[in-house]
Design a protein around this ligand. Structure first.
Ligand code: P6P
Length: 334
């Protein structure tokens, strides 16, 4: 029997029949992103063989050493999307300011924010890394996009997704009608539907946090992690500790198996380490569409009013009941 071969185009056209507000624009935009993912995947998968490893000697806007693959992925995403006429503006983790669409190309209806290669410090160790993206509708007047098109609350996203470059390359995204996962088949050069309508278990038994920072945490965080380590048959405790140190990989495992990922505020990072606009918001949109929840410890991440495209936020994300329980500890209610 020939398996049902559902490509991204077919899946979106079938979805948009059920949800008329989804437009063909999404198909095209997500296919442009899929093209970038295919090219980045090729480079990531041969990184050990070709001289794309090693530092460029430059640092990015955050003062972090930039690996060649970071720059490469950033440029690939930009080049795959700059001429399509679907975007009015872009913003990238690798670039200080918003990225205008070149005048020679038409401007479109959407703004794209992206982290071209998250977890890139793990490249040399062959650990899974990822690309994360977030899409908003243009809200500013005039033809070309502006900063305000990029600085919208997470609840305003119209689509979000990530690519995980692991044992296989997967594209996981939502357009607000559930979460779908596509696995790349290099032999045909297509992403094929492999995980339809992903739902995260309401409660998991995995927790993901860098416990090396224990001494920097506040009391609520220390009590929560201690709580997870105590045995309790009813709530499946003790939980198992799983921490890859690559956000997309940790998030993806918890999305499929259930669990909670925490990168809280601490003495050294009062706003946490992760970025709101191109890490917390897109993953927050995805996890909520899958039945989970994302918080900064005090409130829903998607409700945070952004002030800067690179602003950081604490991120507690994963199974709904786990994140809600963590909030109780972090708000010192337990
Ligand atoms: P730490 C990778 O550098 C990253 O940005 C995320 O992918 C990951 O979740 C986090 O930082 C790991 O940070 O402080 O635990 O090494």
């Amino acid at each position: 029997m020939v398996p049902k071969l559902v490509t991204i185009e077919r899946h979106i056209s079938e979805t948009q029949r059920k949800f008329p507000q989804a437009t063909g624009e999404f198909s095209a935009l997500l296919n442009d992103i899929a093209l970038a993912a295919k090219i980045i995947s090729r480079e990531v998968n041969k990184a050990g063989l070709v001289d794309v490893l090693g530092f460029t000697g430059e640092t990015n806007v955050h003062g972090e050493q930039v690996q060649k693959l970071d720059e490469y992925a950033d440029a690939i995403v930009f080049k795959a999307l700059d001429h399509t006429g679907r975007l009015c503006v872009m913003a990238s983790e690798e670039r200080e300011d918003i990225i205008p669409i070149p005048e020679k190309f038409p401007s479109g209806k959407y703004a794209l924010l992206y982290d071209p290669l998250d977890g890139s410090s793990n490249i040399d160790a062959n650990v899974s890394i990822g690309t994360i993206f977030s899409i908003y509708r243009k809200i500013s007047g005039g033809e070309r996009g502006l900063l305000e098109d990029c600085l919208q609350k997470g609840v305003e996203q119209v689509a979000a997704g990530y690519v995980i470059y692991g044992s296989s390359t997967m594209l996981v995204f939502t357009t607000g009608n559930g979460v779908s996962g596509f696995t790349y088949d290099p032999s045909v050069g297509e992403f094929l539907l492999s995980h339809e309508n992903i739902k995260i278990p309401k409660r998991g038994k995995i927790y993901s946090v860098n416990e090396g920072y224990y001494d920097r945490w506040d009391e609520g965080m220390k009590k929560y992690i201690t709580h997870l380590k105590q045995s309790d048959k009813e709530t499946n405790r003790p939980y198992s500790a799983r921490y890859i140190g690559s956000l997309v990989a940790d998030f993806h495992r918890n999305l499929l198996y259930g669990g909670i990922f925490l990168y809280p505020a601490d003495e050294k990072n009062p706003k946490g380490k992760l970025r709101l606009m191109y890490e917390a918001n897109p993953l927050g949109f995805i996890v909520e569409q899958a039945g989970g929840y994302a918080s900064d410890g005090q409130r829903r991440v998607l409700e945070i009013e952004p002030e800067d495209i690179h602003q950081r936020t604490p991120l507690i994300i994963g199974s709904h009941d786990d994140v809600k329980e963590a909030e109780e500890f972090l708000q010192n209610k337990r």
